[in-house]
Design a binder for this molecule. Structure first.
Ligand code: SF4
Length: 356
């Protein structure tokens, strides 16, 4: 049982982050924010996949202006990612953004009080994002390179600027592409601050690389009870990030409404074409947000028993699949009908759960 570290709560639109709330899954669009249609399309795809909070890059005034329209039609709360230009922060807050990611130390200092005042008035929290790639040169010189202590000192500097403006609605992130540095820094951050922590490994790479790096870094931290919101970065369609994030949380019992797909590695006993079935069912269940277990097994020797706790599954016979529920075989299905039959059974199970 994971004991979550207590952090302050912040409110991002209708979402609570920290303060004992569930761990929020977030992602970031890779469209031009000013392209409102494309951005909304991606936000909707992310939301349908299970993303709860979406960040948008604000590169210019046109992007900042587009927030007003996007915000009206977005199904989930939005975060604006801003660097260096205070005018964009002021615009997005006035345009209804739910949260801003900016580092106040990188803005003209005389602009921060106005941003803090507006953010407070509009109940917009600010995430300070410390990143090894943009650590202050003075800290690199002082510590001889990026390290947890340098990252924490940088955060303190930015936090002080906001708290001096009596602004406390803060979240923090400490991103690095180095997994060990990530873990060590978040651990130190969790001991040092009680602000909610946004976890992520930055520039984590492709699906394979990111799944591994994120599972090691975020999995270790989450198992320690550290982390209030997560973003898994992948060099791919951001919807892929949500699949990894959901499975990561599911593995640690930090999220229930995700389908648990069990499949065997296959071996010489197999007598049907199982792997394409696994791929199609994985795609199918990715958009189903239910706490059910589906098993796809190679053979009836170990299949039903190995997946005895599955709600529904298939164990392969000779060119057929033996359909089973809770470990009991209930039908024999020809190879070419297995995918459709499994989909029907899964949907029936989901419907049944909704009726209860
Ligand atoms: Fe092999 Fe059957 Fe086990 Fe799959 S379930 S690994 S096919 S023995």
């Amino acid at each position: 049982m994971i004991e979550r570290k207590q952090t302050r709560a912040i409110h991002v639109g209708n979402l609570q982050i920290g303060g004992g709330a569930h761990i929020v899954i977030q992602s970031m669009t890779n469209t031009k924010t000013k392209d409102v249609d494309a951005t909304l399309k991606q936000i909707n795809a992310l939301a349908n996949a299970g993303c709860e909070l979406v960040r948008l890059a604000i590169l210019d005034q046109e992007d900042a202006d587009a927030v007003a329209k996007i915000k009206q039609l977005s199904p989930v709360p939005l975060v604006a990612d801003i660097h260096f230009n205070p005018a964009f922060a002021i615009s997005v807050i006035k345009n209804g953004i739910d949260k801003v990611r900016l580092n106040p130390g990188n803005l003209p200092l005389d602009s921060v009080p106005e941003i803090a005042r507006l953010a407070k008035e509009h109940h917009v929290p600010i995430r300070i994002g410390i990143n090894t790639g943009s650590l202050e040169k003075s800290l690199i010189a002082k510590y001889g390179g990026p390290c947890p202590e340098a990252m924490i000192e940088s955060a303190k500097h930015h936090i002080d600027i906001l708290t001096q403006c009596d602004f406390h609605d803060i979240a923090l992130s400490f991103k690095s592409s180095d997994v060990s540095l990530c873990i060590d820094t978040y651990r130190l951050a969790s001991q040092t601050f009680d602000y909610p922590l946004h976890l992520g490994v930055t520039e984590a790479g492709t699906m394979l690389g990111s799944s591994i790096k994120s599972s090691v870094a975020l999995g270790t931290l989450l198992y320690d009870g550290i982390g209030d919101t997560i973003r898994v970065s992948v060099s791919a369609d951001p919807v892929e990030e949500i699949k990894i994030a959901k499975q990561l949380l599911k593995c640690l019992n930090l999220k229930k409404d995700v389908v648990n797909l069990i499949s065997c590695p296959t071996c010489g006993r197999i007598q049907y074409d199982m792997l394409p079935i696994v791929a199609q069912i994985e795609d199918f269940v990715n958009n189903i947000q239910e706490d059910i277990t589906v098993a796809i097994m190679g053979c009836p020797v170990n299949g039903p028993q190995e997946a005895g706790r599955a709600d529904i599954g298939i164990a392969g016979g000779k060119d057929v699949g033996l359909l089973f529920k809770k470990g009991e075989i209930i039908a024999t299905v020809p190879q070419e009908e297995i995918v459709e039959r499994l989909k029907q059974e899964i949907l029936a199970l989901v419907e049944q759960k909704h009726k209860v």
